[in-house]
Design a protein around this ligand. Sequence first.
Ligand SMILES: NC(=O)c1ccc[n+]([C@@H]2O[C@H](COP(=O)([O-])OP(=O)(O)OC[C@H]3O[C@@H](n4cnc5c(N)ncnc54)[C@H](OP(=O)(O)O)[C@@H]3O)[C@@H](O)[C@H]2O)c1
Length: 232
Amino acid sequence: MTALADRSVIVVGATGGLGLPIARRLADQGCRLTLVGRDADRLRATGVPGVVVAADVRKAASASQIVEAAVTEQGGVDGIVFAAGAVAFGAVDEISDDVMIELFTLNALAPMRLLRAALPALRASAAAGHDPFVAHISAVVAEQPQPGMAAYSASKAALAAYDAAATRELRREKIRLIDIRPPHTETGLAQRPLAGTAPRLPEGLDPQQVADRIVTAISEGEKELPSTAFTG
Ligand SMILES: NC(=O)c1ccc[n+]([C@@H]2O[C@H](COP(=O)([O-])OP(=O)(O)OC[C@H]3O[C@@H](n4cnc5c(N)ncnc54)[C@H](OP(=O)(O)O)[C@@H]3O)[C@@H](O)[C@H]2O)c1
C-alpha cells in the first residue's frame, strides 16, 4: 500500500477525460496536487484543489517549470500522473511530418522529460520513505498496434518501452514506475484527433471506472496495468 494522504502529486492533463477523475480521486484521498494543462482557467474550472500550472508540455522548458512549482508550492514531488496526450487517425501516407512530431513530442518525449526533471525530487521522496510513483498512461495500442493508427501506436509503444527499461533502473532507487495501457475509453479523445477521423469504434470503457482502477493501482503498489487489467 502507498499512503496517499498528504503526498504531493503532479497531474498532467488534469482537465482531461481521464486526468480529471484521477485528480479528483487523488484529492479525495488527501493528495496535495499540482494540476497541469495548457489553460489556467480550464484547470481552475475543474474545482479540484491544487496549485495550477499552465504549461504546454510539448515545450522542453515546461518540465522544470512544473517540477519547480510542485517543489516550491507543495514541498516536493511524491508522484506524477501523466495523463496528457493526443491521437491521430489515417493511413501511413496520410499522416504529415508535423502530426508525427506532435504525437511523439506529446505522447512520448514529454513524459520522459518530466520524469527526468523530477528525479531529484522523487529521490528525496524515496529517501523520506514516501514510496514515490510515476504513472504513465500509454495505451492498449502499445500492446496491439492498430492499422490506421500507426504513428499513434508507435508513440505509445515508445513510451511503454521507455517505461519497461526505466522501471528496472528506478526500482533500485525505490521509485515505482507504472505503465498503464487502457483500452478505448469514452473520454471524447477519439473525437479530437490531431488528424483524420476515428473509425467506428465499439463502445469504450467508462472513464470513471478506468480512473478508479488507475488510482487503486497507484495506492496498492501495483507495478503495471496492462489492457487486460481493465477488462478482466
Ligand atoms: N481515451 C482513450 O480511449 C484512451 C485509451 C488509452 C490511452 N489513452 C491515453 O490517456 C491519456 C489521456 O487521454 P484522455 O482520453 O483523457 O484525453 P483528453 O480527454 O483529450 O485529455 C487530454 C488532456 O491532455 C491535456 N493536454 C493536451 N495537450 C497538452 C499539452 N500540449 N500540454 C499540456 N496538456 C495537454 C489536455 O488539457 P488542455 O486541453 O486543457 O491543455 C487534457 O487535460 C492520453 O495520453 C491518451 O492517449 C486514452
